[in-house]
Design a binder for this molecule. Structure first.
Ligand SMILES: [Zn+2]
Ligand SMILES: [Zn+2]
Length: 305
């Protein structure tokens, strides 16, 4: 069982567990270990047909207080969020939304975090495409910073996320804006946010959710085209804390955080990032937008037919 400890120096909470070291690894194609996320007798998803499956993580980072869940995107072991039919991708959105709503109601949950570790370079221990949901029993450090800052100033995303937004915009749709953020932490980081101020997924209408999933698929496809392979990235959904005072001031967004900084080059977190939490970048967001925009536009054009 995980143990929650508070860093006496910073006040930040850390989840520690010895059990997670024994969780199964099936990342390589020739691995003899059966996939626990493929349908079949005795696997995590069982033999019942499913479109999207959600279940408790057997090796949780958080478990009462808090909670950890797995979202298996499809029964097909070789499916990928990038290429699933859009109607199927919408079912993933619905699962994220349902779980957010349900977990937000729990008194022992402070923050619901929906994310995907795509590829073994960012820690995916099972190859079968899936995402995760952490329901933290505390507010993670980034959310502490964002909510404090958000409560003391106007909404940064409603204001357009800093100067030169036009040069950093890759795609604008009726409801969503895809940008390279002004102060990107990772070299090829992109941010997707709704133009209307929503603090979480719950009130977002179906047509707008469909548009968002099409853009998420577009970004995956654009990265894969740019880097020439299935890009290792973290997809992170930032939503308002579960019970925080003034949670409506939070503006929902998705961050795409690839760990690559060029073809076959990895952005390693090193001294400044690991030791001080201060990111030192190698790419200007304007340059990233310029490079990826044609690929994003080409990929998104397929959804407009
Ligand atoms: Zn599988
Ligand atoms: Zn806003």
């Amino acid at each position: 069982m995980p143990e929650i400890r508070q860093d006496p120096l910073t006040g930040a909470w850390i989840s520690l567990s010895g059990d997670r070291q024994i969780r199964p690894l099936t990342v390589s194609a020739g691995n003899a270990t059966p996939c626990p996320f493929c349908p079949g007798p005795g696997t995590e998803v069982g033999t019942e047909p499913f479109e999207v499956a959600v279940f408790d993580n057997r090796f949780p980072a958080f478990d009462a207080p808090g909670h950890s869940e797995i979202v298996v995107y499809a029964a097909d072991h070789w499916a990928d969020l990038a290429t699933l039919p859009l109607s199927h991708a919408q079912a993933i959105w619905d699962a994220w939304c349902d779980r957010t709503q349900c977990l937000n109601r729990r008194a022992d949950v402070a923050q619901v975090f929906v994310f995907e570790n795509r590829g073994k370079k960012v820690g995916a221990s099972i190859a079968h495409p899936h995402g995760q949901i952490y329901a933290y029993p505390f507010l993670p450090p980034r959310m502490v910073s964002e909510t404090i800052r958000g409560s003391n100033s106007h909404c940064a995303l409603c204001l357009g996320d800093g100067p030169d937004l036009g040069a950093r915009t890759l795609l604008s749709t009726p409801d969503w804006q895809l940008i390279a953020p002004w102060a990107a932490r990772m070299p090829f980081q992109l941010t997707l946010y709704p133009l209307k101020h929503h603090c979480d997924m719950i009130p977002i209408p179906e047509s707008s959710a469909k548009e968002a999933m099409a853009i998420i698929q577009t970004v995956y496809q654009a990265y894969d085209a740019y880097f020439g392979h299935r890009t290792a990235l973290v997809l992170a959904l930032y939503q308002a804390p579960a019970h925080h005072f003034g949670r409506e001031q939070y503006h929902l967004r998705f961050d795409f955080l690839p760990i690559e900084r060029g073809r076959d080059k990895i952005k390693y977190l090193a001294g400044s990032e690991l030791a001080m939490g201060a990111f030192v970048g190698d790419m200007l967001p304007e340059t990233v937008a310029h490079r990826l925009r044609p690929l994003v536009e080409a990929a998104f054009a397929r959804y407009l037919i």
